[in-house]
Write a protein that binds this ligand. Structure first.
Ligand code: ADP
Ligand code: MG
Length: 682
């Protein structure tokens, strides 16, 4: 630990017991904590051109007083001072409340500087601060800190100012000077000075650069060291299979593998045959063909004498996967079984018994797979589909079902590169970035709700061609009950609208699994032409004859979710369509609809989603492996993240890093984080 981390804030002038307690409550104990309490924003006093300022933004302008100010009293002690200013070529109005005494200080043609809120429609500034004279450059920007209790921002500025004066030069940087000069970064103490008291934007920018890089590098070093350590110390299974047997199997598939499928297979099969335990994430957009990749890997595991498990989040999906695996493996001796919570009683007991005896090669199921009573005889490979839907804990339990099986996580939610290398830094990542040939791009349209008649007529045209449609119902946050009611309403409406010409099915989370299966069965056999559903059909479902996807209230869904839903169509050879019914009120909402109509690329959408929603929201609450950075921003600083990742990789794999003095600081960080302790192995 560095010296400043051990120096209590009570050593600073002006911090007595009471103040210290308030600071403790904010997690600030040491001088280092205080110095690292960075402003969350800056008051920006830079002069700006009025034509560039948006409505309601705060601005500072310098102008010349034009005409006589007018003062008006109203109510008790309330007043309103109005004057006009020439700001460059603009004449604007300034309004100043309850400060009547300013009137005498404003003479015609005087130069004044005012800061306030800009009303673009009225060309008016509501004055917050006024300086009687020209703009002075010293306080271009001022730090604003988060504070708690009875501490004010002003006090916080003072405390930090004091700390900087006394201790500012003693901050130890963990970065060697060779790195600072390589990236032309300022020193840590200069950077910290500048973050708290930036002279101007340029200096602030470079100070940020220092911390962004340092934060990313330390983070990357830690997770990569952890990954390296885990890899080198994990005792995994060596899968022994012959390539020939696999190739023979691949030759029986109804299609050739895409280049991307072949590449990821090579990566995964490579892991399977090493003694390291695989811990790999397989990303591939909806429809990119992950299932067949999973099947080949499971086959490899079975060929090596092990059992495989495939865990999926919903029963519908489990059933579909069990079916597709059964047909893929039809010409092999493999035994595939399905285990969900609806498998009960005697059937369940028998199934578990056969599993324990090793008579089942591949078990497909929901989280029923991770119940205690489920015992494999020699589990070699665990695959989870739609992995972001499972909690960390569930995945751990499944992994512990075997000795130390290889693990593959699959996801169709394309994770932006930035998140993939932070949240999943401790995993290896394979990406299927190519669609099977001949796929048609789904045409996506955005329609207002009032156009529903035209939309339904369009749907009917498709139905007349023999196609099928999904209609996804409005989503009401946090209330499954209301979602269900909505689905029922829409179902009634459509039944009425299509007046018995078509069969309308209904699917929602309140149906039991038998009922769900029946509905799905009818839809996939085209006994039902229109399936009204809540978002339960979101993942995985595959009905190639469905070419229409209508989504109500599309503005309520995130981009990734819309993309998932859209991915239910476009699975066959016919042209498919997606219609987003939405009346978004916000600009962001409109932006989202527009992007959906413009791209089919899940990765582009995920990057956009991340940008619009921020990393915290991206995974929802379940998975919050997303680290928090003080200064760095994963979205906007992604280039720095890439650089830091590469640097961390090279360092960890060079002997210099482990030997030379200049890297001592960085080595300490790795050591102190405990990633090299055995107990981090799970
Ligand atoms: P996802 O990645 O969304 O799970 P699937 O595995 O369900 O995608 O595959 C979608 C469809 O594409 C399936 O019908 C599958 O049979 C088909 N498919 C997979 N790989 C190929 C390929 N290489 N060529 C043609 N079709 C393929
Ligand atoms: Mg899938």
């Amino acid at each position: 630990m560095s010296k400043l981390a051990e120096t209590s804030i009570t050593n600073l002038k002006g911090i007595g017991e009471e103040t210290a307690n308030s600071l403790y409550a904010m997690g600030i104990q040491s001088v280092e904590d205080l110095l690292m309490h960075f402003p969350y924003r800056y008051e920006d006093y830079r002069l700006r051109d009025i034509s560039e300022v948006k409505h309601d933004e705060k601005i500072t302008v310098e102008g010349k007083v034009h005409g006589e100010p007018s003062l008006m009293y109203y109510g008790k002690k309330k007043s309103r001072l109005t004057f006009r200013l020439f700001v460059g070529r603009f004449l604007v109005k300034a309004i100043c409340f309850n400060r009547p005494f300013y009137k005498n200080k404003l003479a015609i043609n005087d130069t004044v500087t005012v800061t306030g809120k800009w009303d673009q429609h009225r060309q008016t500034i509501t004055v917050l601060e006024i300086h009687f004279g020209p703009f002075t450059k010293e306080k271009e920007v001022e730090p604003v800190y988060s504070v708690k209790g009875n501490i004010t921002v002003k006090q916080m500025r003072k405390f930090i100012g004091n700390a900087l004066k006394v201790y500012g030069n003693e901050l130890e940087s963990s970065l060697p000077s060779s790195l600072l000069s390589k990236y032309k970064l300022p020193s840590k103490s200069d950077s910290i000075q500048a973050l708290h008291n930036p002279v101007n934007q340029e200096v602030l920018k470079h100070a940020r650069r220092y911390f962004v890089y340092e934060e990313f590098l330390l983070f990357q070093l830690k997770i990569q060291a952890l990954r390296k350590y885990k890899r080198e110390h994990s005792k995994g299974i060596i899968h022994n299979f012959t390539e020939k047997a696999l190739l023979d199997f691949i030759a029986t598939l109804p299609f050739p593998l895409t280049g991307a499928q072949q590449r990821v297979l090579k990566e995964i099969l490579g892991d399977l045959s090493t003694p390291f335990r695989m811990n790999r994430l397989l990303q591939g957009d909806v429809g990119s063909g992950k299932t067949v990749v999973a099947a080949i890997c499971l086959y490899a595991s079975c060929l090596s004498g092990y059992q495989g498990a495939l865990m999926v989040p919903t029963e519908i999906l489990a059933e579909q996967h069990a079916q597709s695996l059964t047909s893929l493996f039809a010409n092999t001796p493999l035994t595939i079984e399905l285990l969900t919570s609806s498998v009960k009683g005697k059937r369940r007991r028998e199934l578990l018994e056969r599993l324990g005896k090793g008579e089942i090669d591949i078990l497909v199921g929901t989280h029923a797979l991770i119940q205690e009573e489920v015992d494999f005889s020699r589990l070699g490979l665990v695959i989870t589909d739609e992995q972001h839907r499972f909690g960390v804990e569930q995945r751990r339990v499944l992994r512990e079902k075997g000795e130390s099986p290889d693990v593959l996580f699959m996801t169709a939610t394309p994770i932006p590169r930035t998140l993939a290398i932070t949240a999943f830094g401790e995993m290896d990542v394979s990406v299927i970035d190519e669609m099977p040939a001949g796929r048609k791009v789904i045409e996506t349209y955005w329609a207002k709700h009032q156009m529903i008649d035209r939309v339904l007529a369009f749907v009917e045209k498709e139905l007349q061609k023999g196609r099928q449609a999904y209609v996804i119902c409005p989503l009401i946050e946090e209330s499954e009950k209301l979602d269900v009611q909505n689905a029922i309403d829409v179902h009634d409406m459509l039944t009425h609208y299509y007046d018995g010409n078509w069969n309308i099915g209904l699917m929602h989370g309140r149906l039991n699994s038998d009922e769900k299966e029946k509905v799905m069965q009818k839809f996939s056999e085209n006994h039902v032409q229109v399936l009204v559903s809540t978002t339960v059909v979101e993942v995985g479902v595959n009905v190639p004859n469905a070419t229409m996807m209508v989504i109500y209230d599309a503005e309520r869904f995130g981009l990734s979710q819309l993309h998932q839903l859209r991915g239910r169509v476009g699975r066959g050879s016919e042209q498919s369509y997606c219609i987003l019914l939405a009346d978004p009120k916000s600009e962001v909402g409109k932006e989202r609809m527009k992007i959906m109509t413009e791209t089919n690329d899940g990765f582009v959408l995920s990057e956009k989603d991340l940008e619009l929603r921020g990393p915290g929201d991206f995974f929802g609450r379940k998975q919050s492996g997303v680290p928090e950075f003080k200064v760095a921003d994963m979205v906007h600083d992604y280039r720095a993240l890439e650089v830091a990742r590469q640097d961390a990789y090279e360092m960890l794999h060079s002997s210099d890093f482990w030997e030379e003095d200049q890297y001592q600081g960085l080595r300490n960080v790795i050591e102190e984080s405990g990633v090299l302790d055995g107990d981090k192995l799970d």
